[in-house]
Write a protein that binds this ligand. Structure first.
Ligand SMILES: NC(=O)c1ccc[n+]([C@@H]2O[C@H](COP(=O)([O-])OP(=O)(O)OC[C@H]3O[C@@H](n4cnc5c(N)ncnc54)[C@H](O)[C@@H]3O)[C@@H](O)[C@H]2O)c1
Length: 482
């Protein structure tokens, strides 16, 4: 199956995205997870015959292994929770399934007997190569990951490698996999990355906005009942001086009242791409009757889920660098190598956070309780809020218990953001659906720190400090020197 994929399998790079110009095969390719026979060769073409899903890749014939026989019902625990009926043999396409949240979610849903297909361009791995970065944890190739999952659980993850900005590729994945739900993680997700230079800003918005538009068109054209679960971010709201609602706010103005989309005040080209996505999705729900859930996710921390912990080849990525690292993960790595915790500016920046185990739970809940046709549903997906200073204090205390000496320093804030502000964001809708949060406890911090210590020889301390400035972004392509 996946191991038979050719080594030269394509990364399809958008021609408008100069930072990604590279000498890989530029054509998009649809791969299925299980090959019956033959060897790989290019060019690969697919055809569908007699209503059966069969594919011809040059001389190769491949057939999807149906997992419906494997699907077993699960114990349900109430009508609002994840019912066995809802999960039975549902076909879920995970766009961005090789990434941090996507990989954990793909395994989780596969383990729950959903039929899962991963769609990914692998561009996240390319960013690392280009910027000289690496995950703290060694991660296996997507092919080895999938093979390992199959050997441990007997379950098949189907794999489509390609760029969703290429509509032809995306259309093929939809026609062949026929998803009941699409979980869309497949975006450039780093605010600093989007602020490196003009070309990265353009890439981010092109990749994210056009990719999502293509998904919307694919749903309309090929699977109009399919539920779109789209990963947005809490960063879309900014930090208003009033409570943040879940997607909508009721306003009375000049004696008239309406419920309107909550105002968005994004603060990077990345966050703005998410706002544009949300607007496009909301419009198509209204215009075409698409059913969608926008998950405005907080900052995710943690490494292990039940599934990724099953084998070292299933290990998830863990970013700690100044471009992709998220605050808590970065602080744990800094503590483990004796690097001061770097607080940007005053450190009063407050955000919503959640454990990766809750990311996978939230997505499962959203799929099992789909939006109605035409409904644009917004959930704020986080479990607790912390300021950066609070996180630094928590990591310091946990580190001291492990005998680590930790200092905190303030470094000039590379971002343009309020460093002291009001923050109170609602997050009740996922709880109402049955989310049982894993809160940031001492034991979790201990285990995160222990991971960081375990892999500390892999830490490149040069990558820790921020080196992308919101104010200094220019038109000249910037090489981030390793
Ligand atoms: N990690 C967080 O803390 C966090 C917080 C809030 C929101 N989110 C959102 O969740 C989603 C997943 O985040 P993540 O941390 O897993 O990111 P990630 O970069 O680890 O994973 C994203 C995956 O999408 C793939 N991808 C990107 N563009 C693609 C394209 N055009 N076609 C096909 N595949 C493409 C990448 O190769 C990568 O594997 C993103 O949309 C992100 O904005 C993440």
């Amino acid at each position: 199956m996946a191991q038979l994929l050719p080594a030269s399998c394509s990364l399809n790079i958008s021609s408008s995205s100069k930072p990604y110009a590279m000498s890989l095969n530029r054509s998009s390719t649809v791969f299925r997870g299980s090959f019956r026979s033959g060897t790989s060769s290019f060019p690969l073409k697919k055809f569908v015959s007699g209503g059966k899903r069969s594919y011809r890749f040059g001389t190769i014939y491949a057939t999807a292994v149906s997992m419906s026989q494997e699907a077993k019902s699960q114990p349900g625990s109430g009508p609002r929770k994840i019912s066995s009926e809802a999960s039975k043999a549902k076909r879920v396409m995970i766009i961005g399934g090789d990434g941090y949240c996507g990989w954990a979610t793909a395994l989780h849903l596969s383990n729950k007997n959903y039929e899962v297909a991963i769609v990914d361009s692998l561009v996240r791995r390319l960013f690392d190569h280009q910027l000289g970065l690496d995950s703290l944890t060694p991660i296996s190739s997507i092919h080895n990951r999938i093979r390992c999952w199959k050997s441990i659980t007997g379950k098949t993850l189907q794999l489509y490698i390609g760029d969703i900005c290429d509509f032809e590729f995306l259309a093929e994945t939809f026609k062949s996999f026929e998803p009941d739900a699409v979980v869309h993680f497949g975006e450039q997700r780093s605010a600093p990355y989007s602020m490196i230079d003009r070309s990265r800003a353009v890439f981010t918005q092109h990749n994210n906005v056009i990719g999502t538009l293509n998904v919307l068109f694919a749903i309309k054209e090929f699977r109009d009942e399919c539920h779109l679960v789209k990963l947005g971010t809490m960063g879309e709201y900014g930090t208003p001086n009033i409570d943040i609602e879940e997607g909508y706010i009721t306003i009375t103005h000049n004696g008239r009242t309406d419920t309107l989309p909550y105002p968005k005040q994004a603060s990077s080209f990345y966050h703005l791409s998410k706002v544009h996505d949300s607007n496009n999705i909301a419009f198509t729900c209204k215009a075409w009757g698409i059913r969608a859930t926008d998950l405005n996710q907080g900052v995710v921390y943690g490494l292990r889920t039940d599934e990724t912990a099953m084998h070292e080849e299933l290990c998830n990525r863990f970013d700690y660098d100044g471009v992709f690292g998220t605050a808590l993960n970065r602080f744990c790595v800094q503590a483990s190598v004796g690097h001061p915790l770097t607080v940007y500016g005053k450190g009063g920046q407050t955000r919503g956070y959640l454990d990766i185990r809750d990311t996978v739970q939230c997505v499962e809940l959203a799929i099992a309780n789909p939006a109605q046709p035409g409904e644009f549903r917004v959930f704020n997906q986080f479990t607790e809020q912390f300021s950066v200073n609070e996180l630094a204090t928590l990591v310091t205390k946990a580190s001291e218990k492990l005998g680590l000496e930790v200092k905190t320093i303030s470094v000039p804030n590379p971002r343009v953001e309020a460093e002291e502000h009001y923050y109170n964001a609602k997050h009740t809708k996922l709880i109402e659906l049955g989310l049982e949060p894993h809160l940031l406890s001492d034991s979790l911090l201990d285990s995160l720190l222990n991971f960081a210590i375990q892999f500390k020889d892999r830490v490149d301390t040069k990558q820790i400090l921020p080196n992308v400035s919101w104010r200094k972004i220019g038109v000249k392509p910037k090489t981030v020197v390793a």
